[in-house]
Design a binder for this molecule. Structure first.
Ligand SMILES: Cc1ncc(COP(=O)(O)O)c(C=O)c1O
Length: 459
């Protein structure tokens, strides 16, 4: 019998939650059911998903920024099909594959001055782990400094530089000697660097968890301090790079010249996992610097042709469609429209972002009854009010969002960078309606509050 993926999907489509409950992660499946996210998606195109009943959803998570170019972009899909039809001899070991060289060349063209050596890996965390290893080897120093609220992945190495207890707790001991500092506290950073044992200071130029944006002078000053104390300055652009924040690299907002940059996510065009570290040649040379050490760091699927083809096609489409400029202009429009809602809705405390990463932060209402309802939710679990907003956006407006981190009242929007006026209008209208509804304790937003509190207490 011939294998048919289409037939298999057709036959088993309804089983997906049961299969996950049985074999994968029953808790995740349960969370989806509780918050009303247990859809059976059958199609994705551009910024939208469709479920089995043909209902359309606007996807403001974009696979956590994997689908910057939208789902099924025709040019990337064509490149993938062309790749398969070419039957290229990919992953030949002990080879220097052409496509990896070409993608490295294209990436280097887009980097700040001095970044001209490339290492390809598979995931964001993989790239960050690589950057940590390389910084330690190149400086012969052990320690890494990172920021509170930072997120750089969940491998054992990257967990050690995670700025939140929710992910770390119970997995210790982690990589020793890491040090956490607060964003914008240059004195604390200098205290760490002055010790002379810090290999790297790693930052997301805008933090993904919570969408925290540093003060204007913080990153340039931090970079200067790193130079002064011989510490590698690493910009983790896994989420904010590739146009997300309205520049090709988010660090361009401050004209930074980091020693290393990490990229991943949408570099694979939404089809193939791929990540990369782009660094100064001298760092690379120190790590690999002899024929004997030529393979001292590697990963089996790094440089695979399919990922490289996806990366080349992605960069081409980004240029052709002026994706970075689009992210900047559409993002500015969306930010301005959402910010204007602050005037009308007292529970919106802040709207912040750059390009198409936007965080909307909520605060307790002033009316006594509403405040009591907020306090009951927050006592059960911090961030639950935002969960109600997220659930309402999905249920009533078919918009997919998420709470922007553990224990925060922040919704994070990460739409595909191809959205336009129609989507801006949909997003603003939906938030306006949900916040209108949130003023009414008997309205739809608060309707599921008791159930959420019950589930949080049981957990
Ligand atoms: C800034 C940053 N670094 C690293 C990672 C880890 O990437 P991955 O999930 O591909 O390992 C993420 C994931 O969201 C991220 O946002």
């Amino acid at each position: 019998m011939v294998f048919s993926l289409a037939q298999l999907i057709e036959e088993r489509q309804g089983d997906q939650y049961l299969l996950h409950e049985q074999y994968i992660n029953p808790y995740m499946a349960r969370v989806q059911r509780i918050i009303g996210f247990d859809k059976i998606y059958t199609r994705g195109e551009g910024a939208y998903l469709w479920d089995k009943d043909g209902i359309r959803y606007l996807d403001l998570l974009a696979g956590y920024s994997v689908f910057n170019l939208g789902r099924g972009h025709p040019a990337i899909k064509q490149a993938m099909m062309e790749f398969l039809s070419l039957d290229r001899p990919t992953l030949v070991k002990m080879d220097c594959p052409l496509l990896a060289g070409l993608l490295a060349e294209e990436l280097v063209k887009r980097m700040p001055p001095g970044l001209d050596a490339v290492f390809f890996a598979n995931s964001g965390a993989d790239a960050v782990d690589t950057a940590i290893k390389f910084a330690r080897y190149a400086t012969k120093r052990p320690r890494v400094v990172y920021l509170n609220h930072a997120f750089h992945g969940l491998t054992l190495g990257t967990l050690a530089i995670n700025g939140g207890d929710a992910f770390r707790k119970g997995f210790e001991p982690l990589l020793p000697g890491t040090g956490m500092v607060e964003m914008n506290d240059l004195e604390a950073l200098e205290r760490e660097l002055r010790q002379g044992d810090v290999a790297a200071f790693i930052v997301e130029p805008i933090q993904g968890k919570g969408v925290y944006i540093p003060a204007d002078d913080y990153l340039p000053e931090a970079q200067r301090l790193c130079r002064r104390y011989g510490t590698q300055f690493i910009c983790d652009e896994v989420q904010m790079g590739l146009g997300r924040a309205g520049k090709f690299l988010c660090c361009e907002h401050w004209n930074l010249e980091p020693d290393m940059v990490t990229l991943a996510k949408s570099l694979g065009g939404g089809y193939v996992p791929v990540s990369v570290v782009i660094m100064r040649r001298e760092i690379h040379d120190k790590v690999f610097g002899s024929l004997k050490r030529a393979q001292v760091h590697s990963t089996t699927f790094g440089q695979n042709d399919m990922a490289m083809a996806a990366g080349l096609a992605t960069l081409h489409v980004m240029d052709e469609e002026k994706i970075v400029e689009r992210s900047a202009t559409v993002g500015a429009k969306l930010l301005a429209r959402l910010s204007a809602l602050k005037e009308k809705h007292e529970m919106i405390a802040d709207v912040r972002g750059k390009g198409l990463v936007i965080g909307i932060e909520f605060r307790p209402p002033s009316s006594l009854a509403l405040k009591a309802a907020w306090t009951a939710l927050e006592a059960a679990e911090k961030g639950l009010f935002t969960q109600l907003v997220v659930m309402s956006l999905m249920r009533d407006h078919r918009i997919l969002t998420q709470v922007g981190g553990p224990g925060v009242n922040i919704v994070k929007l990460l739409p595909p960078l191809i959205i336009g006026d129609e989507e801006v209008e949909m997003i603003v209208k939906a938030f306006d309606a949900v916040m209108d509804d949130a003023r009414n304790l008997k309205g739809r937003v608060w309707a599921t509050s008791a159930e959420l509190i019950k589930q949080a207490m049981a957990a």
